[in-house]
Design a protein around this ligand. Structure first.
Ligand SMILES: C[S@@+](CC[C@H](N)C(=O)[O-])C[C@H]1O[C@@H](n2cnc3c(N)ncnc32)[C@H](O)[C@@H]1O
Length: 279
């Protein structure tokens, strides 16, 4: 784990760097939020020049989160969620959606961004049902042993483990497959894992591959890391857990509702997700 990632769940305002663009804040900007600074907006506009539909991608990611949490809470009976790479608390948070179904559901938000931590603490923390920690997904052992996590998540009962739009920010050398495996191994039978990730367009849309490689370079230049992965690699992050229908698919095809953006555009081909269950 890099040394600049501080341990503990107590990072604060002093740790927030507003001079450089930041993934959580640019995502917020694309979602129409106000928790972003000039550096974020300048970089967001650079992204928009090469990927004008990026805001639609952010909206598709957030809508997928909502459909997944509703499915887990309402149909799969999950009542405790560990949301890693949770992002800035915008409308339709995991706890908001889960509590619509089950007001007693427990949720722990995990993010390595200090601004996500301070905002989530201010808006979401409710020690009885919802907690927030500042931690890095690249250190699963620390997250799984965290006393705050353990105060709300009972690892003897099925857990809804969410890694939504976060593993594509993990470089190959930080071993996203190994990270996913460490979390999977700690979950009891009956748990579910939801993943969404940027995906390199496949043989069905070869014309998008070159531009995606260019976009990857641009986004990485601002955020440090952002990878569009091959579909087989993303599938591997689910290990031997069984994907629920419809499998690993474009976000638009995962149990869409009437608001789902269904155009077969670059967002459709390059943002995939799925949900799997541990037997
Ligand atoms: C694009 S946002 C996704 C937010 C939310 N999960 C969603 O799908 O709407 C990605 C989030 O992952 C967080 N993140 C990036 N790298 C991380 C890491 N190494 N450990 C924990 N969180 C990380 C960022 O701070 C950001 O809040």
């Amino acid at each position: 784990m890099p040394e600049d990632i501080r341990r503990g769940s107590s990072r604060g305002i002093a740790d927030i760097d507003i001079t450089r663009p930041n993934g959580a804040r640019v995502y917020d900007y694309f979602l129409g939020g106000k928790d972003n600074f000039t550096a974020d907006r300048v970089f967001a506009n650079t992204i928009l020049e090469c990927a004008p539909k990026a805001p639609l991608g952010a909206q598709a990611g957030r809508a997928f989160l909502r459909r997944v949490v509703r499915f887990l809470a309402a149909e799969a009976g999950i009542s405790q969620f560990l949301d890693i790479g949770s992002g800035l608390p915008t409308q339709g948070n995991v706890s908001e959606v889960a509590h619509e179904v089950n007001p007693e559901a427990h949720v722990v938000y995990v993010d390595n961004d200090p601004m996500v931590y301070t905002h989530s603490m201010a808006l979401l923390s409710d020690a009885r049902r919802v907690e927030v920690i500042n931690a890095d997904i690249r250190d699963p052992a620390r997250i799984l042993a965290d006393p705050t996590v353990r105060s709300l998540i009972d690892f003897n009962r099925p857990v809804g483990l969410l890694m939504l739009a976060v593993l594509h920010h993990i470089d190959d050398h930080d071993d996203p497959a190994g990270i996913a495996a460490s979390f999977r191994d700690a979950m009891p039978a009956g748990s579910y894992l939801a993943i969404s990730s940027f995906r390199m367009p496949g043989a069905e849309a070869p014309e998008l591959q070159a531009v995606t490689v260019e976009n990857e370079k641009i986004v990485t230049s601002g955020f440090g890391s952002a990878r569009w992965r091959e579909e087989a690699e993303i599938r591997g992050w689910f290990g031997d857990w069984e994907l629920v229908s419809p499998g690993l698919v474009s976000l638009a095809d995962w149990r869409p509702d009437e608001r789902t953006h269904t155009e077969r555009d670059e967002i459709y081909h390059s943002f995939f997700g799925g949900v799997a269950r541990k037997d």
